[in-house]
Design a protein around this ligand. Structure first.
Ligand code: 13P
Ligand code: ZN
Ligand code: NA
Length: 282
């Protein structure tokens, strides 16, 4: 069934595992994530970024996920990833998304608090949980010099941020980046533990594609409750489609090549559900 991420993430926090949040771009990716979750009896979050939403509309993606969720025995949530404005967050909320991220990480500390609190206040009455971000995921190393410009999440600021905004979960910046990594990412795991010690809401890891599995599991052990994967699902889907055309360039039925993309995504998602330890938790 379609549920919110509220209980899902609180359960993960209590049970010391995380829920995978997978970015979906089309119907087959929704089907792939759903089948993976169902087979592994795992709770799951599907999410769409503003650019994905722009491509087909909030309603289109929600309809796909809803259909999948209604067939499923495991809990499924539909989340707005990196909501870029109060307005888009409200559109997702009105459309029926069951979880909302407002990303004010490009704002000043006060600006981030203002927009995150506005979304949290608007969603609270109907119990739709809100994720916010403090610090900058994928911040360049040369921005690392202290003060307000430090891209990494400051534990003390995190405490104040959570208290003043009332958000339900917090994305932290500890050295991950969106997209493909050039070298191996260096994560500040001590910082994560510090944040966990002083912040009591579920913590979220972004930019997880390309982070070694052992490192992700270690982040989960240190208190991450939601783990975002996007780039690697795109790659998996595309590789699946390519494999079909390599073997037979004359294929014209979209079902044929999309099914292979779906198969590759499903396999990837299943492997990551093991990494975040959500298998059997539904
Ligand atoms: P990747 O680009 O590393 O998959 O990051 C996903 C993410 O954080 C989505 O919000
Ligand atoms: Zn992200
Ligand atoms: Na990444």
């Amino acid at each position: 069934p379609l549920v919110t991420t509220k209980e899902m993430l609180l359960n993960a926090q209590k049970g010391n595992y995380a829920v995978g949040a997978f970015n979906v771009e089309n119907m087959e990716m929704v089907m792939a994530v759903m089948e993976a979750a169902e087979e592994l009896k795992s709770p799951v979050i599907m999410q769409t970024t503003p650019s994905t939403v722009k491509y087909a509309g909030l309603d289109f993606f929600l309809a796909n996920v809803k259909a999948a969720a209604e067939r499923a025995s495991v809990p499924v949530a539909m989340h707005l990833d990196h909501g870029s404005s109060f307005e888009l967050a409200m559109q997702a909320y009105r459309t029926g998304y069951t979880s909302i991220m407002i990303d004010g990480s490009h704002e000043s500390f006060e600006g981030n608090i203002a927009v995150s609190k506005a979304v949290a206040d608007a969603c609270a009455p109907s119990g739709i949980p809100v994720e916010a971000e403090l610090g900058k995921v994928g911040g360049k190393e040369d921005d690392l010099d202290g003060g307000d410009d430090n891209p990494y999440t400051d534990p003390n600021q995190a405490v104040e941020f959570v208290k003043r905004t009332g958000v339900n979960s917090l994305a932290v910046a500890i050295g991950t980046a969106h997209g493909v990594y050039k070298g191996e990412p260096k994560l500040d795991l001590d910082r994560l533990s510090e944040i966990r010690k002083v912040v009591d809401i579920p913590l979220v890891l972004h930019g997880t594609s390309g982070v070694p599995d052992e490192t992700v599991t270690e982040c989960v052990n240190r208190g991450i409750c939601k783990v975002n994967y996007a780039t690697d699902l795109r790659i998996a889907f595309t590789k699946g489609v390519e494999a079909v055309f390599e073997e037979n360039p004359d294929v014209i039925d979209p079902k044929k090549y999309n099914a292979k993309g779906k198969e590759y995504v499903k396999e990837y998602v299943m492997s990551k559900m093991r990494v975040v330890k959500s298998v059997g938790k539904a």
